[in-house]
Design a protein around this ligand. Structure first.
Ligand code: SF4
Ligand code: SF4
Length: 364
C-alpha cells in the first residue's frame, strides 16, 4: 500500500508562485497528449499535476521531466480547467533550483522582492571592500580610465575567485539533483555520466531544436536563441578583454573585431530580451503567469546589457558619471554571473544536467 504524506507548505508555495488552482485538475490528460516534448512512457505534465495537487515535493523537485518542458504553453492552451500546467511546471523548476542551490540564504534573498536591498547590498559591500584593499575607493581624477578605479589584476582575480567558488558550491547541488533523478529513474545506462550525456544534447542546446516544437508561443525560439547566443558571444568578448588587459591592449579600439562582436552580442541580447519582455507584458494569455524570478532575470540581464553599453560610451566621452555607471555595471554582472545558480538563469545548469540525464536513461 502506498502512503502519501502531502507537503502542505510546498503546495501552498507552488500555488502562489504559479497562480494555479492546482486541485481543479481533473486528470483528463489533454496536457500530456498535446505536449510534443513528452515521452510516450510516463508522459508529462499530467502526472506532475497530480503530484502538485497532493503536495508531493520529493517527486517534483528531483524530477527529470520538469526540465524537459520548454514552457511552450501548448498544454495550458488546451487545459479544459484552466489550471495552467505550463506555469505549474515553471514554478516547480524554480522551487527545484532553490532547493538544490547552496548556500540556501542566497536562493532565499533572490526569491522575493522584499530581500532585494540585501541582494544589492552584498555585492556593493564586497566590491567596496575590494576597492578599499586595492587603495582605489575614490573617483579618480582626469580622463576616464576604469583601471584606475578597479585595477585589472584586482578585478580579474576577485571576480574569477568569487564566481568559481559560487559555481563549485552549485556543482554540489547539481550532483544531489542527479542522484535524486536516479532515485526516480534508476535504469541509467552503464558508463553514461553527465559528460557523455552533455555531448549527446549539444546539438539540441546549441540550436534550440526543442523550442522549435512550440506551437502556442512560436517567438520563444527566436528570443531564447538570441539571448543564449548573445550571452555566449559576450562571454567570448569578456575572455578576450581579460586577455587584452594582460597584453596592455585594453581598452579595445572600435575597429577591433572583438569590439564589433561585443556590439553584435549586445544587439542580440536587447532584441531577444525585448521580445521576452513584450510577450510577458502584452501577451499574457500565451506567455503565462510571470513571477518575481522571471522579472528579476529579465531586468537584470537587460540592465547588464544597457549598463555595459553606457559604460563604454561614458569612457569614450569622458562623462563625469562614468565611474558610477561602471560600478552599477559591476553590480549587474554580479546579479547575472555570480548569482546565476540562485536565479532563473540557473536553468542553464539544471536543464543541461536534466537533459543529459534523460539521454542517459534513453528518455527521448
Ligand atoms: S492539467 Fe488540465 S489538461 Fe492536464 S490533466 Fe489537469 S485538467 Fe487535464
Ligand atoms: S509547456 Fe509545452 S513543453 Fe511544457 S509540458 Fe506544456 S506542452 Fe509540454
Amino acid at each position: 500500500m502506498l502512503t502519501i504524506t502531502p507537503n502542505i507548505k510546498f503546495k501552498k508555495e507552488l500555488k502562489k508562485l504559479s497562480n494555479s488552482s492546482l486541485n481543479e485538475c481533473m486528470q483528463c490528460g489533454n496536457c500530456s497528449v498535446v505536449c510534443t516534448l513528452a515521452p510516450d512512457e510516463k508522459p508529462f505534465p499530467r502526472k506532475e499535476m497530480i503530484w502538485a495537487g497532493w503536495g508531493m515535493k520529493e517527486n517534483l523537485i528531483g524530477n527529470v521531466d520538469i526540465w524537459l518542458c520548454h514552457q511552450c504553453g501548448d498544454c495550458s492552451e488546451y487545459c479544459p480547467r484552466d489550471v495552467n500546467p505550463a506555469d505549474v511546471l515553471a514554478s516547480v523548476r524554480q522551487l527545484s533550483y532553490q532547493h538544490y542551490a547552496k548556500p540556501h540564504f542566497l536562493s532565499k534573498i533572490l526569491s522575493k522582492p522584499v530581500w532585494l536591498p540585501i541582494a544589492v547590498l552584498i555585492p556593493t559591500v564586497i566590491i567596496a571592500v575590494i576597492l578599499y584593499m586595492a587603495g582605489t575607493l575614490h573617483i579618480p581624477e582626469g580622463e576616464v580610465n576604469y583601471s584606475k578605479f578597479f585595477p585589472h589584476a584586482w578585478l580579474n582575480s576577485s571576480f574569477s575567485f568569487i564566481t568559481l567558488s559560487t559555481y563549485l558550491l552549485a556543482s554540489f547541488g547539481l550532483i544531489r539533483f542527479w542522484n535524486d533523478m536516479k532515485v526516480q529513474f534508476p535504469e541509467t545506462k552503464p558508463g553514461f555520466g553527465i559528460l557523455r550525456g552533455m555531448l549527446k544534447i549539444l546539438k539540441e542546446v546549441l540550436l534550440h531544436t526543442n523550442f522549435g516544437k512550440c506551437k502556442t508561443q512560436k517567438s520563444r525560439k527566436v528570443s531564447h536563441f538570441l539571448v543564449f547566443w548573445g550571452f555566449i558571444l559576450l562571454l567570448v568578448v569578456t575572455i578576450y578583454a581579460i586577455y587584452a588587459t594582460f597584453t596592455h591592449q585594453y581598452p579595445l579600439s572600435y575597429s577591433n573585431p572583438f569590439k564589433k562582436l561585443g556590439h553584435l552580442a549586445a544587439t542580440m541580447l536587447l532584441i531577444g530580451l525585448g521580445i521576452m519582455i513584450y510577450s510577458r507584458l502584452f501577451n499574457k494569455s500565451k506567455s503565462g503567469h510571470s513571477n518575481y524570478a522571471d522579472w528579476l532575470f529579465l531586468i537584470s540581464m537587460f540592465l547588464l546589457t544597457l549598463s555595459g553599453i553606457f559604460t563604454d560610451i561614458a569612457r569614450s566621452q569622458n562623462w563625469s558619471l562614468a565611474y558610477h555607471i561602471y560600478f552599477f555595471h559591476l553590480i549587474s554582472i554580479w546579479f547575472i554571473v555570480i548569482y546565476l545558480p540562485y536565479t532563473k538563469f540557473g536553468h542553464v545548469f539544471y536543464r543541461i544536467v536534466a537533459m543529459s540525464f534523460a539521454k542517459s536513461i534513453g528518455r527521448e
